[in-house]
Design a protein around this ligand. Structure first.
Ligand code: TXA
Ligand code: MG
Length: 533
């Protein structure tokens, strides 16, 4: 088959796409999530062609794309209040809702199920093509079944040239992972596939939303999947991928010890293995990772890297969608640390010490990083020589570092502070690494770095998990005033000098809020079960 390439900036070519679809042909179209392989959703023969072109199992249902909630109404039995609320918040956009279908939807489209998946895309080209076709369009991702989803015209062309009547070239997709899929056919509603609309956003609108266990875990053979797509091998590049839940430091060592392995890492982490690394976005920024994940998987294939060690994203926000795709691309091969190194941090007055005590009570080794910083043994002779060079030889009195004079001089200017950090931080993290190794030898499962300045010190790189403790601002203020015997203004100043609540939460794997002052042990146990997942 000759595949036409259509330019959506020409209305006549959009009309051509519409005409092909009305005739029962296949047309690949851009959407804000990934490219879709579209066909007339109400024409069983056209829908069958989708399964042939993709090599897709016939029991894996398709998503039906329409222009509005009004257009969706005839395709389902009723539009429940939950659907109205979600549509008002997230349509048009990367959200798919599953509802009991009406007789209009052929069995081919719904994979034989009694429900149908519906989505109102926001991409102007997708909308123009639906408009031109004048009917609902069924569209799975426009890749060969099992391959990574296409997020650029080139990806679609590679998989679909010769298999479809036309491809509409709409550039790169902005979200980069397929839509969030939620079923409203169950009570409470359940997330079947995470995507650009996060479960946190869904809960804001609906209250309770369950997360299907297939989102994070491999389905055992023979178990019926709530969403048939979850059970198939997916997003597989040619390379063997392993998802690393190790600390960055352990990850880096792994790559240095395996000089032929490829790295799928975050921007700026590739030093030492640059020529065999593909970066897929900024650390802690699920949105940029989502946008780049699938093209990164394509790029790994082009480079022929094998095996590939991938850095794991966070499991919240859009990160959850990235993690869900990545573990499938890896066939659920996940590297977990033998000993979890937990970075415990958060704003002042949040209740870190209480959480540290609970963790210690549950058998973790706790390293007080402030004590390491204050400990004179931390600073070796070479470090002290450098400090003397930078801040004057009289900072050493009777062979002992005078921390008071050093602090006075170092905090005179931002440049001095930066110089102090440059000299001391590597020594401090080096010492912490040493203590970690000693604890590892003693056989404990969890090592906690109690570190108010975890990020300032770059010590998060030593951690496999970041646990943030937080509390409401007024409460934190009250606590520091009482704890340190200072005024409200002094407490305000101290809080203002620190990173914001969002800063910590964005970088966390898990957050414990101590505002209600209760159930700390339960919250810590919830964290420990979360990291065992
Ligand atoms: O972002 C997207 O959703 C893209 C673009 C093109 O819109 N489409 C897409 O379609 O990702 P597809 O076919 O690759 O994924 C559809 C997913 C599958 O996991 C399928 O099993 C699930 O939705 N699904 C569809 N209908 C369902 C239903 N009635 N019940 C449960 N799961 C359903
Ligand atoms: Mg797909």
């Amino acid at each position: 088959m000759d595949t036409m390439i259509l330019n959506p900036r020409e209305q006549s070519q959009v009309n051509e796409a519409g005409a092909l679809l009305r005739k029962g042909e296949l047309v690949a179209i851009p959407t804000e999530t990934v490219y879709g392989l579209a066909a007339d959703a109400l024409n069983p023969a056209a829908v069958k062609r989708i399964y042939e072109a993709k090599g897709r199992p016939a029991d894996n249902p398709l998503i039906v794309h329409v222009l509005s909630l009004e257009e969706a109404a005839p395709l389902v039995q009723v539009i429940p209040e939950t659907a109205r609320k979600l549509a008002a918040s997230f349509w048009p956009g990367p959200l798919t809702m599953i509802l009991p279908k009406s007789l209009k939807i052929p069995a081919e489209t719904s994979g034989g199920l009694s429900t149908v998946a519906l989505r109102v895309p926001s991409h102007p080209v997708a909308r123009a093509v639906i408009e031109a076709a004048g009917r609902p369009l069924a569209a799975p991702s426009a890749n060969l079944s099992g391959r990574p989803s296409p997020t650029s015209f080139r990806h679609v062309y590679e998989d679909m040239n010769g298999r479809v009547a036309a491809i509409v070239d709409g550039g790169d997709c902005s979200v980069g992972v397929e839509s969030t899929v939620i079923t409203l056919a169950t009570d409470p509603p359940r997330l079947l596939r995470p995507g650009g609309i996060t479960v946190e956003q869904l809960r804001e609108v609906l209250g309770r939303v369950e997360v299907d266990h297939a989102v994070l875990e491999k389905l055992e053979d023979g178990v019926k999947a709530a969403s048939p797509g979850m059970k198939y091998k997916h997003y597989s590049p040619k390379a063997e991928i392993y998802v690393s839940e190790l600390s960055f430091q352990e990850y880096r060592e792994l790559l240095l010890q395996n000089p032929s392995a490829g790295a799928l890492c975050f921007d700026g982490e590739e030093e030492g293995f640059r020529d065999r690394a593909v970066c897929y976005g900024e650390i802690y920024r699920g949105k940029t990772q989502a946008r780049r994940l699938f093209s990164a998987l394509h790029e790994l294939d082009e480079k022929g890297l094998n095996p590939v060690y991938a850095r794991a994203p966070q499991k919240h926000g859009v990160g959850l969608a990235v993690y869900n795709r990545l573990i499938r691309a890896a066939g659920f091969k996940i590297l977990r640390p033998q000993v979890e190194i937990i970075g415990l941090t958060g704003p002042t007055g949040a209740g870190k010490s209480t959480v540290a005590q609970v963790l210690a009570g549950l058998g973790s080794a706790v390293i007080d990083c402030d004590l390491v910083t204050k400990d004179k043994k931390t600073y070796d002779a070479a470090c002290i020589r450098q400090l003397q060079k930078a801040f004057g030889s009289d900072i050493l009195i009777k062979n002992e570092l005078d921390r008071k004079i050093l602090a006075e001089r170092a905090f005179l200017s931002p440049e001095n502070t930066a110089r102090l950090n440059e000299i001391t931080l590597p020594v401090i993290t080096g010492r912490i690494s040493q203590i970690i190794e000693e604890h590892k030898k003693s056989g404990c499962r969890y090592i906690v770095l109690d570190a108010p300045t975890l990020f300032e010190a770059g010590a998060e790189k030593l951690c496999s998990r970041i646990l943030v403790v937080t509390a409401e601002r007024s409460l934190r203020m009250e606590r520091i005033m009482k704890r340190d015997g200072i005024s409200g203004e002094a407490a305000e100043r101290r809080m203002a000098a620190q990173y914001s609540h969002e800063f910590y939460v964005n970088r966390s794997d898990f957050v414990i809020d101590t505002s209600d002052g209760a159930h700390i042990t339960e919250k810590v146990q919830a964290f420990l079960s979360f990291i065992k997942l």
